[in-house]
Ligand binder design. Structure first.
Ligand code: LLP
Length: 426
């Protein structure tokens, strides 16, 4: 559920009319709801309340510092995948001992940064990474706390670009070799093994793949303990999906997911970590855009928006579906008409939806893309020298710009023209 509803025919973000935000900041923009973010975080937190746990927000889904601070204040940890994300989390006030570091390609600099700045654990994904981490930690006179990410070879039954738990994916070490790799870890002086990590993919709409993966993790925990390793923490990854289309069956709830975790690994006495991103931030955000033109093609009508693929890449990249709704509610019973909904970028791939039935819209009307709070703003680019769009956070009847729209000067002044080109043009 979310907090974007029609009140007196106008779409609101909590108690604020979306059109009032558009008037204040211009379009396009992202808007997030504090109430939805809070609710979704708490659902996970409560679903794991049967034991010691930490919900680490996968900040790759939305890394605005206002959102990180909001979630951290509620008790969240963070799952980071780069030095940049680590720095952002720290800048937002997240303590190092609540940050887990994931990712297949951590560099020595990133390891050093996290070790000196404070880190809960590294989720190590390969033997060479483990060796490098050991060397870096030793160099600092430290031991790096780690889990090893295992690849359970489970089909997550999601889009191939966001499935990560099959043996052909680049992630983790094959679970079949786990005991050997843990033995190696135990011999490395700069490494302290504390647990196991697994993450099988994103936008999972069934619980079964989680169940299969976590059962394998439970079995591995027993084997590793028998081998003499102290396994005290299980990081079970993220991935629980959200309903993008209102007509679809709803994916499982965090409560069911929490119960599944308790059923599969709850008797091991481990501290549980999870890394949800999308389910916390996805339905907590809208992308709001204005219709620039309605263009008549030979056999179709194009709705040309001021938002484009550079602002929200998911439809072009994954063929993802986002509900697109008018900000001013149409009268009940208004007949719909099919539109191809597109942006101004010079590529046919800049298409948000084809033959989408919408109530008739005209120039200047506002539309909102639902479920745009996760993997929206964070995946945006400045393609076509289109400035990154503002982000706004709503709380009750107040709203604040949490990222400004940059000026053209700010963007173009980042380039430098070398002196030799200025003095003597080639
Ligand atoms: N943990 C790890 C190690 C991950 O790789 C991911 C997502 C998550 C947690 C969070 O997964 P979530 O709960 O958000 O599903 N850009 C794509 C999604 C990529 C997900 C990558 N990893 C999209 O727009 O659908």
């Amino acid at each position: 559920m979310d907090h974007f509803t029609y009140i007196k025919g106008q779409l609101h973000a909590e108690d604020v009319p979306v059109s009032a935000i558009a008037d204040a900041v211009g379009t396009p923009f992202y808007v997030y709801s504090t109430a939805t973010l809070t609710r979704h975080f708490k659902l996970f937190d409560e679903a794991l309340s049967w034991g010691p746990h930490l919900v680490c927000f996968a900040m790759k889904s939305n890394s605005n510092q206002a959102i990180l601070k909001l979630l951290a204040d509620l008790g969240a940890g963070m799952d980071v995948v780069s030095g940049g994300e680590y720095a952002r989390a720290r800048a937002a006030g997240v303590p190092g001992d609540r940050i887990v570091f994931s990712g297949v390609g951590k560099t020595a600099d990133e390891m050093r940064m996290a070790l000196t700045g404070g880190i809960r654990q590294f989720n190590v994904e390969s033997e060479p990474e483990m060796q490098r981490l050991s060397a870096v930690a030793q160099g600092l006179g430290m031991q790096a706390p780690i889990t090893i990410r295992v690849n359970p070879d489970v089909d997550a039954k999601t889009h191939e670009k966001i499935a990560t738990g099959k043996s052909e994916n680049k992630f983790g070490i094959p679970i079949s070799r786990a005991r050997e790799v843990y033995a190696q870890a135990a011999r490395l002086p700069g490494i302290k093994v504390i647990g196991i990590d697994v993450h099988i993919g994103s936008q999972l709409t069934e619980l079964e793949p989680f169940e299969l993966a976590y059962a394998k993790v439970a079995e591995l925990t027993r084997h590793l303990r028998a081998d003499g390793h102290e396994i005290t923490r299980l990081d079970l990854g993220g991935g629980l999906g959200i309903p993008y289309a209102r007509t679809n069956e709803a994916p499982p709830l965090p409560t069911d997911y929490g119960a599944l975790i308790q059923r599969t690994v709850g008797d091991l006495g481990c501290e549980i970590e999870i890394e949800p991103g999308r389910l916390i931030s996805g339905n907590a955000g809208l992308l709001v855009s204005e219709v620039i033109y309605v263009k008549q093609g030979e056999d179709r009508q194009f709705l040309i928006l001021d938002a484009a693929m550079n602002d929200l890449i998911r439809p072009s990249m994954y063929g993802a579906y986002h509900d697109i709704v008018p900000v001013r509610e149409a009268a009940p019973g208004t007949p719909t008409t099919p539109y191809d909904i597109v942006g101004p970028v010079c590529e046919s791939g800049d298409t948000f939806a084809k033959s989408r039935e919408m109530v008739p819209l005209t120039e200047g009307d506002l539309v909102a893309f639902r479920s745009a709070g996760a993997y929206g703003a964070v995946m945006a680019s400045e393609y076509n020298t289109r400035p990154l769009i503002p982000e706004v956070l709503v709380h009750g009847d107040q709203f604040a710009v949490i990222r400004q729209r940059p000026s053209f000067d700010e963007i173009i002044n980042r380039d430098t023209i070398p002196a030799w080109l200025v003095d003597t043009p080639v």
